[in-house]
Design a protein around this ligand. Structure first.
Ligand code: ADP
Ligand code: MG
Length: 626
């Protein structure tokens, strides 16, 4: 076992890291320190005052005699004179009572203040992590597991901010130790010194257990995160899990993951218990050995031996507490480290916004000029030189087999991704020059799986524009052909639709999302596979909505689909294949030509849904990773 005195300060790094977050102010730290010192001082005074009380009783109230005997009593008499109170048994007892009152009040204030600082820290950590993650680039968010997100915001924050308690306790321990240490050094320097050396040695030896606790805690963080991620993922797939036998298999996996946490937690308890055990035995053994040595080999007086034993017994619990605190700090420090890693990752992956101009109101349209894009570290090409024009105020359809790069084009328009090379222009303005907020504020997006919150229909429709009146909500729903079914519901627009809108059909959800998009009054409306998850009837309704909108010619509509039936009414078409534009033009012309679109149109309608509808020999379908 190697001993390194620096190990005694293994709590410094977590303290520094906590401070580096800049979430706890200097004022709070001072406040905690002050209250801690006061609480310890009042306590030691109230205990110390027991000595004069006992003296007083023994001396039968002979204050003058006692004052002549020692400095303690002399000071006491001086103090009493200064306060102008006589020294009687009653006043001495009252003094103790007052000190205990002060101590309890300070302790109360300290408890409340500590809890306040800790909870505020938790609040700030949670909120800043919440917004840091969501402000990151889409690449980062995509790879950031939803379960980890919940794990970090919940359990991790709670464990990490418990550090506030540990450091406060460490401070009060330090004050107590200094106070006791000073007194024992004054009374019996030699035993105090030997106790100090012995204690330091014991604490150094404890470093082994602290290191073990830290390493187990790190694995516990990983295990906890894996467990939450697993649970969150399986929760989303509950339907799939109900398929034959899957529940049993997932239960076994759950048991394995939970078992790992269980095993590690038991291991941690064991390490912490062993430290306690080893330290107690070591201290007792050392005291007895010292006693034996002193009596057998040295001529030491009984009183010195007694004092030595008393000092050792007095300081031993403090040593144990210190060792335990180091261990707790190691555990909580592992949690804090995970949080800080997440913060650092978020900072590195922060979405950049170099835009300065406002979003132009489109007159000509959106132009892709030689746009290349690759996923990963540039090794998975998705767009290979796309040149295309999306005219303003019209409905443009982007079609092509899945994996051809349609959604990538959308993400590039929204600047959720940035082009590897080439330009995307809004009229003449490169989108990189437009402020991110301005750009995204003028685009509404409807995706294949509509995302609704567990709130009323009106609240959901209003999500992008909170200030809209109920009449405006109604109007948007009417345009999205959603008014009819909403009004047929018993509570109409106040109907709460359940998490994810589970109380509605797919088609109803999709039309509500379109209403939400329309209410935001966008310049550009993008629908990415809006009907792919819908039945024929619902698809037709959504098509009707789109056709009506297209006739209005007020908004630039981009509809993406691998199902040409959804988009035959478009004004303009862009056919993508394998990351480049294969054909463009009005649907009628493309239908005449011999390309992918014409081949698709020849297929029977009920063959179209799903991704497997590419005609043989035409364009191959690629695997879709996202
Ligand atoms: N997050 C991602 N990471 C890596 N590759 C991706 C990612 N998203 C999509 N891809 C790949 O990029 C290509 C284009 O994908 P996408 O634009 O989603 O196609 P589409 O929407 O036309 O089905 C596909 O080959 C797909 O595998
Ligand atoms: Mg797609």
């Amino acid at each position: 076992m190697h001993l390194d005195p620096r190990d005694l300060f293994d709590w410094v790094r977590p303290l520094r890291r906590l401070a580096s977050l800049r979430l706890v102010g200097r004022r709070q730290v001072t406040g905690i320190a002050l209250l801690t010192v006061l609480a310890v001082l009042f306590e030691s005074f109230s205990i110390a005052l027991l000595i004069p009380v006992l003296d007083y009783i023994q001396a039968d109230g002979d204050v003058a005699g006692l004052a002549a005997e020692g400095w303690l009593w002399a000071t006491l008499v001086d103090g009493a004179n200064w306060l102008d109170v006589p020294i009687t048994l009653a006043s001495l007892l009252l003094g103790i009572f007052v000190l205990v009152c002060l101590r309890q009040v300070t302790a109360y204030a300290r408890t409340v203040y500590l809890a306040t600082v800790r909870q505020r820290l938790g609040q700030r950590m949670s909120v800043s992590l919440f917004s840091s993650v969501l402000a990151s680039s889409s690449q980062y968010i995509r790879n950031f597991n939803g379960g980890s997100f919940v794990f970090l915001l919940g359990q991790q924050v709670q464990s990490a901010n418990a550090l506030v308690y540990s450091f406060a306790n460490l401070a009060s321990l330090a004050v107590t130790f200094l106070a006791y240490g000073a007194v024992t050094f004054a009374v019996a320097p030699l035993p105090a010194l030997s106790g100090l050396i012995l204690g330091a040695f014991a604490l150094l030896a404890a470093s082994y257990y602290v290191r073990r606790a830290r390493s187990i805690s790190r694995r516990l963080v990983v295990g906890g995160e894996a467990w939450t991620s697993f649970a969150a993922e399986r929760w989303r797939a509950w339907r799939l899990l109900k398929m034959g036998g899957m529940l049993e298999r997932e239960e076994a996996e759950a048991d394995r993951l939970a078992g790992r946490i269980c095993g590690l937690s038991i291991g941690l308890a064991r390490v912490m218990g062993r430290l306690e055990l080893a330290l107690s035995l070591f201290i007792l053994g050392a005291i007895l050995a010292a006693l034996y040595g002193a009596v057998e080999f040295l001529t030491v007086s009984v009183s010195v031996v007694t004092v030595f034993v008393l000092v050792a017994l007095r300081l031993a619990p403090l040593l144990r507490q210190f060792a335990n605190l180091r261990q707790s700090i190691a555990v909580q420090g592992a949690n804090l480290d995970r949080m800080i890693t997440a913060f650092e990752e978020c900072r590195a992956a922060r979405e950049r916004d170099d835009g300065t101009t406002e979003m132009p109101s489109l007159r000509r349209g959106i132009t892709f000029r030689g746009v290349h894009f690759a996923y990963g570290d540039g090794s998975i090409p998705a767009l290979n030189g796309v040149d295309a024009h999306i005219p303003a105020g019209r409905m443009t359809a982007i079609v092509g087999p899945s994996g051809s790069g349609k959604s990538t084009m959308v993400d590039l328009i929204l600047r959720l991704l940035s082009t590897t090379s080439g330009d995307i222009l809004m009229d003449d303005v490169p989108i990189g020059e437009i402020r991110l907020r301005a750009l995204r504020g003028r685009i509404a997006l409807v995706m294949q799986d509509p995302i609704l919150f567990d709130a009323s229909i009106a609240e959901n429709v209003r999500y992008l524009r909170q200030s809209a009146s109920l009449d405006q909500v109604r109007e948007a729903c009417r345009r999205a052909h959603a008014g009819e079914f909403v009004e047929a519901m018993p509570e109409g627009y106040d109907t709460v639709i359940g998490e994810g809108g589970t109380r509605l059909s797919g088609g109803q959800r999709q039309r509500l999302i379109i209403a939400q998009a329309l209410l935001a009054d966008p310049e550009i409306l993008i629908l990415d596979e809006p009907t792919s998850a819908l039945d024929f009837e619902s698809e037709r309704k959504v098509q009707e909505v789109l056709e009506a909108l297209a006739r209005e010619r007020t908004v630039t509509i981009i509809v993406i689909s691998h199902r040409p039936s959804t988009v035959v009414r478009a004004d303009h078409m862009i056919v993508l294949n394998d990351g480049h534009v294969a054909e463009t033009g009005p649907p009628d012309r493309l239908r005449e030509s011999n390309g992918w679109f014409a081949a698709m149109m020849r297929l029977p309608e009920d063959h179209a849904p799903g991704g497997s509808s590419t005609p043989a020999g035409a364009l191959p379908e690629k695997e879709v990773a996202s």
